[in-house]
Design a protein around this ligand. Sequence first.
Ligand SMILES: [Zn+2]
Length: 284
Amino acid sequence: MRAPTLRAAGLVTVVLAGLLGSAFVLGRSLVPDPHPSAAGVATTLTGPRYGEQPPSTDFPSGTTSPRPSPDAAPDAAPVPPDGDGPYGAQVATGSSRVALTFDDGPDPRWTPQVLALLAQYGVRATFCVVGENVEAHPDLVRSIVAEGHTLCNHSWNHDVNLGKRSPATIRADLLRTNDAILAAAPGARIAYYRQPGGAWTPSVMSACADLNLAPLHWSVDPSDWKAPGATTIEAMVRSQMGPGAIVLMHDAGGDRSGTVSALQQLLPELLARFELEPLPVGSP
Ligand SMILES: [Zn+2]
């Protein structure tokens, strides 16, 4: 072969080798990890947070449903880079003030501890409550309201797949939860909805709009539902905090001693850096 042909052949070989190499790497990345975590929970703790949400069968829709368990139905989503959250859900307070939000309660063990700490520091926050827990502990809902905190609808039984269900099912779920809240605390303002797992869908957004509930996401997620320990929760909040932050924490769904302990440490620190607010609910 003449020299140019040889060069061309060489080039083709190099390009082919490169393509094959890429395909090999790509192929490897498509092969499942041969050593996945042994337990489903362990996978959830380390794997992608959206992808590892439990299937809907964990929380069948309908009137008979198990209690939400901490790790089976986490609130977890990547912190949005900036601006609006998924499908335009709210991720910032809209001012320099910051908001603490507590999800999945009320819980007879942990909610009173969180309420006591907030009262001790004169901080009001937002509680995203689960309907069946509201029904089981209406006294705690009344305490939340009486102490000036904001309420947020967090679905009836923490169905992370609620957004994939029919518009009628979604609407009924949110209404049922609102009704339970109002039965517990007549006249309470319910201005927000937070989708379990942060798994927003256009259908959920439509239901929120119909029911005049502001979709509430978050910007700071210390993943306290994984119970990583108070020190880790504190460090994650410190590193992610900024003006306008909405912080996601949990006062139910498992052992929340780490969250309570972290809160004890964080409240004075945050008060020194920010003004804390319950999310506004407008006029009754
Ligand atoms: Zn939740």
